[in-house]
Ligand binder design. Structure first.
Ligand SMILES: C[S@@+](CC[C@H](N)C(=O)[O-])C[C@H]1O[C@@H](n2cnc3c(N)ncnc32)[C@H](O)[C@@H]1O
Length: 254
C-alpha cells in the first residue's frame, strides 16, 4: 500500500515504508488517519471499538484483596461511538471481497445492525464465551461471560471455511491472563490473541492486509503477524501504540 506507515506516527509516504516490514502502527484519531488508506486496499477489518459502557457503570469495586474490578472501563469509553459515522470510511477501505469483524456489546448491537446490515449482503454475530469471566460480586444477574462480534461481508467474499465443526459462530476462550496480559501499560479491554487468530484465519489469507483502527495494545497485530498477514493498526493513545510496537517487535512470543 502507498500510505505513509510509521511506527512512531504519521510520516511521508515512501517506498522505504513498504519495505520496512509487515506492520505499520499509527498514533492518532482513526477518523483522520483512515483517510490515508487507499480505497479497497484492506482484506480484513478486525477491530474492537469503544463499547460505550461508561453510562452503565456502577463504579469500580475494590475488594481489597486484589486490583479493583474495573467497571468504569476507561476515559476513551466516555466518548460516544456511533457505528453509522464510521461506516463510509470502513466500507471505502475494504476490498469488495473483504470481511469485517468488530467486537461489541449488547447495548451497541442495535446501532451496529441499523447501520451495517443495509450496507452489506450479510450481517452475522459471533459470540465469544469467556471461560473465566470476572466474578459477580453482588451475585445479581448473570456473569458478563459473553462478548459479541459483528461479522459482515458481501457475496463473493474471501472466506476460509474449515471443517463444519470449526465453523460455529461461537468461540470459547479465557480472557487474557498471566504473561499475555500486558502490564506496561495495562489495557482494560485487551483481547486474547487466541480469539483474534480464529477471526483472522476465517476472514483472510497469508499476505493479506488486516486493519485495526482501534488497536489498543496491538492484540490484532500480534495475531495477524503470527499468521503471516500484514497489519495496519491505529490508536489515539500514544502509550498504547508504543506498547503495541514493543509487543510486535518482541518476536517470537509477542
Ligand atoms: C476496546 S479498546 C481496544 C483494545 C484492543 N482490542 C486490545 O486488545 O488491546 C478501544 C481502543 O480504541 C482507542 N480509540 C478510541 N477512540 C479512538 C479514535 N477515535 N481513534 C483511534 N483510536 C481510538 C482507545 O484508545 C482504545 O485503546
Amino acid at each position: 500500500m502507498d500510505a505513509p506507515l510509521d511506527a512512531a506516527g504519521p510520516g511521508p509516504a515512501s517506498a522505504e515504508d513498504d519495505a520496512a516490514g509487515p506492520a505499520r502502527l499509527w498514533v492518532g484519531d482513526a477518523r483522520e488517519l483512515l483517510a490515508r488508506i487507499p480505497d479497497g486496499s484492506v482484506d480484513l477489518i478486525c477491530t474492537d471499538p469503544p463499547y460505550n459502557l461508561a453510562g452503565y457503570s456502577t463504579g469500580n469495586i475494590d475488594p481489597g484483596w486484589r486490583r479493583p474490578f474495573n467497571n468504569d472501563v476507561a476515559e476513551w469509553d466516555l466518548h460516544a461511538f456511533d457505528p453509522a459515522e464510521w461506516l463510509p470510511e470502513l466500507r471505502r477501505v475494504l476490498r469488495p471481497t473483504g470481511n469485517l469483524f468488530a467486537f461489541t456489546s449488547y447495548n451497541m448491537l442495535g446501532p451496529w445492525h441499523a447501520a451495517f446490515d443495509p450496507a452489506f449482503d450479510t450481517f452475522q454475530i459471533v459470540v465469544w464465551h469467556k471461560t473465566n469471566p470476572p466474578p459477580k460480586l453482588r451475585r445479581a444477574g448473570f456473569l458478563n461471560s459473553c462478548e459479541l462480534i459483528v461479522a459482515t461481508w458481501d457475496r463473493g467474499h474471501a472466506w476460509n471455511f474449515g471443517r463444519q465443526r470449526d465453523m460455529h459462530n461461537f468461540i470459547e476462550a479465557p480472557i487474557c491472563m498471566g504473561r499475555e496480559r500486558w502490564k506496561d501499560p495495562h489495557h482494560p479491554t485487551q483481547k486474547p490473541v487466541s480469539v483474534l487468530r480464529r477471526l483472522i484465519e476465517w476472514g483472510s489469507s497469508p499476505g493479506d492486509l488486516v486493519l485495526d483502527p482501534f488497536m489498543g495494545v496491538g492484540s490484532t497485530g500480534v495475531a495477524a503477524l503470527d499468521l503471516g498477514r500484514r497489519f495496519v493498526g491505529i490508536d489515539v493513545d500514544p502509550a498504547y501504540v508504543d506498547a503495541a510496537r514493543r509487543r510486535l517487535a518482541a518476536d517470537p512470543r509477542r
